[in-house]
Design a protein around this ligand. Structure first.
Ligand code: GCB
Length: 582
């Protein structure tokens, strides 16, 4: 069964707050001396008074905030990668005939959860939700939850060991107790039909609701429609409708309510059509140019994982201030709030999974993991009008195994959501020829993956890696794919406040020079339909140690980690102003 759709509107009980924790680099709380799972593990929540081998006590252990990464809450954990145990008491069980689910909106990376010392779920993947029903394990009083979260980077992980971002560990997003009636609306999908835009189409899935009737109501469109479900509680619908179309310029949102006897759920949904035609991206039938920016999920001002609605809003406000109609949420699914805020503020989105650089393409298990993360992201977010692109990969090395792996993910994305476009960030290969003593580079997208995507993404760092800024004007772009291209990354590093001449690397001035040259070049790429420069804000990464300059931050932000705008912010802002009036 799918994850529970739209859990926040079920008035869930948040388990946010102080959780006790124990750092356990040797996994003493999980394995015995010989590496077998220990039946007296920490999940039992014992104390030295209970058992001679219990050399721990959760209630005497320190606390940290959930949600929140562990790295930035306790100085000794900044670089920690391994196992950490969490504990908190749960509310008393209510005897109301209903059902209770426990949902982790995300925990990085591998999680095992126990309720009252009974294992209730395991999950792999750091950025998507997982949940299970726990009602039958709850006692009248004295309930508790224990979670073992491990964020070791793994060769066969998704992502794999090597990434250019901080491996924030822990319960980074909300933990919710969701109450439902015995029979309830578990999932629904409600979008304008890309095959026939005169109708709203979708499905509803009931939990424990075989053959029940579901009422779908969209008051703003005068819709009251009865959906009948089959013996699995599954029902489809297609209803004639002429909604005001959602777009960044016209944030038209409708209340949508599904109800059955004893349960109802409300959502706020926008209706729009996204498609391609040759080299164009069409939003509601009109060509659109995506003025974007890439974002990591880090808080402006303190460089830690974003985990609240207010912090997500602050990021999106910065996107809007820049003049964007689009953002790339790199390099993993961001928190639940981001897409809802984008719906509300009118920002088109590219959403992706952490299939980044070199994954183990040969492994069925790795494919299963990647597919699971993709599915959890799509199921969580497919009712959001803002999302137009599902991206399956970032900068992956071309091989047959890689392409087969990614083709399979594209098939999954299309089957879960035929209303959106697929993409991936790829490289383009330069052919160099000498003309009048100058090297002309012609970039061609010859990655075979391109044939399977709707929209092509290309990352390039002309003027920063391998090339000089003068090479940018000598670059040409070629494509015979007849598909739109998004320049999904480009940029240059500059610590805020470091000034110099226009050609001095690592200065704000050089960052501006690179952006100006890049924009001039992009004006001449006939199949370019969008860009998302790298990146909105400086972000933490262990890969950038240059002292006094990077200090373990990637400094390609156009605002600093503290939120101060760099000179390049104005350059991007001015370019987007020109683009939006042109
Ligand atoms: C890339 C990666 C991104 C890096 C960026 C950089 O190509 O996709 O994750 O952070 O380059 O700054 O080098």
């Amino acid at each position: 069964m799918n994850l529970i759709q739209n859990p926040y509107s079920r008035n869930p009980q948040s388990l946010a707050g102080d959780w006790h924790y124990i750092i356990d680099p040797y996994e003493t709380g999980f394995y015995d001396l010989f590496g077998n799972e220990n039946p007296f593990g920490y999940f039992r929540n014992l104390t030295p008074d209970d058992h001679w081998a219990s050399e721990y006590n959760f209630k005497q252990s320190p606390t940290m905030k959930v949600p929140g990464d562990w790295n930035t809450q306790e100085p000794t954990l900044l670089w920690y990668e391994g196992t950490l145990w969490y504990f908190r008491e749960l509310p008393d069980a209510e005897v109301d005939g209903g059902r209770t689910f426990l949902r982790f909106c995300a925990a990085n990376y591998h999680s095992i959860v126990w309720v009252n010392a009974i294992e209730v779920m395991r999950h792999t993947g750091g950025f998507t939700p997982f949940e299970t029903e726990i009602g039958s394990y709850l006692k009248r009083t004295g309930n508790f939850v224990v979670a073992k979260i491990n964020d070791e980077r793994l060769k066969d992980g998704v992502p794999t060991r090597n990434t250019d971002w901080w491996n924030y560990g822990g319960i980074t997003r909300d933990v919710l107790l969701i109450k439902t009636p015995q029979s309830f609306i578990r999932d629904y999908f409600c979008q304008l039909d890309p095959e026939d835009d005169s109708q709203i189409k979708g499905f509803v899935e009931l939990d424990n609701g075989a053959n029940k009737d579901v009422n779908l109501s969209i008051p703003g469109l005068g819709i009251e429609h009865l959906i009948t479900t089959d013996s699995h509680g599954f029902g489809q619908f297609a209803i004639k409708a002429e909604p005001d179309r959602w777009s960044p310029e016209n944030v038209a949102l409708y209340e949508v309510r599904f109800s059955i006897d004893g349960d109802s759920i409300e959502d706020i949904i926008g209706f729009r059509i996204i498609e391609t035609s040759g080299e164009d991206i069409l939003l509601n039938g009109e060509p659109v140019f995506l003025r974007g920016i890439s974002i990591h999920e880090e808080i402006i001002g303190q460089a830690s994982r974003v985990n609240s609605e207010a912090e997500a809003r602050r990021l999106m406000e910065e996107v809007k201030a820049l003049g964007c109609n689009y953002a790339r949420l790199a390099h993993y699914p961001h928190n639940d709030h981001m897409c809802r805020i984008a719906d509300e503020m009118g920002v088109l989105l590219w959403c992706e999974i952490p299939v980044y650089w070199a994954i183990n393409w040969q492994s069925e298990e790795v494919l299963h993991n990647a597919r699971n993360q993709l599915s959890e992201m799509i199921v969580r977010d497919r009712n959001r009008a803002s999302i137009i692109l599902w991206s399956v990969a970032n900068e992956t090395p071309v091989s047959e195994a890689r392409t087969e792996f990614l083709k399979s993910l594209i098939t999954t994305a299309k089957s879960l959501d035929p209303t959106r476009l697929t993409t991936a960030a790829m490289f383009m290969r330069p052919d160099k020829v000498e003309e009048n003593g100058k090297v002309i580079r012609t970039y061609t997208l010859d990655d075979p993956l391109a044939d399977h995507l709707d929209v092509l993404g290309c990352n390039q760092y002309l003027g920063w890696y391998y090339t000089k800024v003068s090479d940018i004007a000598l670059s040409r772009w070629h494509s015979d794919k007849n598909k739109p291209l998004i320049m999904s990354e480009f940029g240059a590093s500059a610590p805020k406040g470091k000034r110099g001449g226009p050609h001095d690397r690592w200065t704000e001035d050089y960052q501006v020079t690179v952006y100006e040259a890049q924009f001039a070049m992009m004006d001449d790429i006939p199949f370019l339909r969008g860009l998302s420069p790298w990146i909105l804000k400086d972000f933490r990464t262990p890969k950038r140690p240059l002292a006094g300059v990077q200090d373990y931050f990637n400094r390609k932000g156009i605002i600093s980690d503290q939120g101060e705008r760099k000179l390049a912010w104005d350059t991007v802002h001015a370019y987007y102003k020109k683009r939006s009036s042109g």
